[in-house]
Design a binder for this molecule. Sequence first.
Ligand code: HEM
Length: 142
Amino acid sequence: MTPHQTRLVRESFALVKPIATQAAALFYDKLFERDPTLMPMFRGDMAQQGARLMQMIEAAVALLGRPAQLDETLMRLGERHVGYGVMAAHYPTVGAALLDTLAAGLGDEFTAETREAWATLYSHVAETMLRGAMHAGAMAEA
Ligand code: HEM
């Protein structure tokens, strides 16, 4: 990610934060619209789940300036996701739902450039999590 993309992600996330609860609820709507078979994987309380998601995005955004630490955190997160039944093919679906959510939450502020910055961040996050999953040696082929 370029420094400019990092700034775009940080600035747009700051706009989503005040509406984090609604954004999280919207995210799960978008996700299950795209793939209803994912629903049973999420057993926890949805509000709590949403809060976790926002926290993780916040942590990733905060760690953008420290890539080594970010990658280590993400690899461990990816390893844990194997245990949740997550497969490689699920990652693009979650990424698309995330971009849909940001588009709906940010409206005109979600410019093509900002979208590109988020897509770049998500690709990095997903690739690093998958690397962690592969490292664990337990990732099912999708
Ligand atoms: C790539 C970005 C993703 C991030 C940042 C992320 C983040 C998180 C976090 C922070 C947790 C809390 C538990 C923990 O820390 O281990 C979690 C749990 C979970 N995630 Fe993800 N996740 C991502 C992708 C996915 C994908 C692609 C799926 C597949 C549908 C998924 C499904 C789940 C499930 C099923 C749980 C556990 C829910 C439960 O126990 O009820 N996640 N995720």
